[in-house]
Design a protein around this ligand. Structure first.
Ligand code: HEC
Length: 176
């Protein structure tokens, strides 16, 4: 704070009743509590940090998918509604116009994170952790990245190696 601003603040404080005006808040909003923070603090890191308890298989995911996702993303992740990317695409990354969908992701945990925070589009954050693992397993298995019976949980999901993982170029390795 510059001297001029400090003087201005001081004169305000006197004008509005010495001291108390500075100490008091405007009385707007309410204090945030731990539960509020937990509800928003849901990011998942590539190494699995932040993944919740729970598990799911591709078979379980298929049932949830046809109920809650297929209407927009298409049966089996292909032929989506107009303007929506398919969730199943061949891992072909030799061109700049490669489809930037699930197969493009560098880490499998991104899939979990994206679905958890934003899907289903019309009612995000309504899926249980088991449903999220099952849907991740189903979409990964549709893309043949995991087997049809592989169980996804906090331990196995971060171990899945995505097909595009090694194609990302670090432009300035000395800067990280
Ligand atoms: C009402 C239509 C709708 C439904 C239902 C829906 N989605 Fe989506 N989904 C979208 C749209 C639109 C986008 C693109 C959003 C964007 O890019 O902002 C998207 C994006 C995604 C992406 C990111 C794809 C990418 O290109 O990176 C994933 C993954 C995904 N949805 C999974 C699901 C799953 C799993 C379900 C079911 C639980 C689901 N979605 C239900 C409309 C829908």
């Amino acid at each position: 704070m510059s001297t001029r601003n400090a003087l201005f603040a001081l004169s305000l404080a006197f004008a509005f009743g010495a001291g108390t005006a500075v100490a008091e808040t405007p009385g707007l909003g309410k204090p945030i509590n731990e539960a509020d923070i937990t509800a928003w603090n849901i990011e998942v890191l590539p190494d699995g940090t932040g993944l919740p308890a729970g598990s799911g298989t591709p078979t379980q995911g298929a049932a949830i998918y046809s109920q809650k996702c297929a209407i927009c993303h298409g049966e089996n992740g292909v032929n989506p509604a107009a303007g929506i990317l398919p969730l199943v695409a061949p891992p072909k990354f030799d061109r700049i116009d490669a489809l930037k969908t699930v197969t493009y992701y560098k880490y499998a945990t991104t899939l979990f994170d994206v679905v958890r925070r934003s899907m289903p589009y019309q009612m995000p954050k309504t899926l249980t952790n088991d449903e999220l693992y099952a849907l991740s397993a189903y979409i990964l298995s549709l893309n043949k990245i995991i087997g049809e019976n592989d169980v996804m949980d906090a331990k196995t999901l971060p171990q899945v190696k995505m097909p595009n993982r090694d194609n990302f170029i670090i432009w300035a390795p000395d800067k990280i």
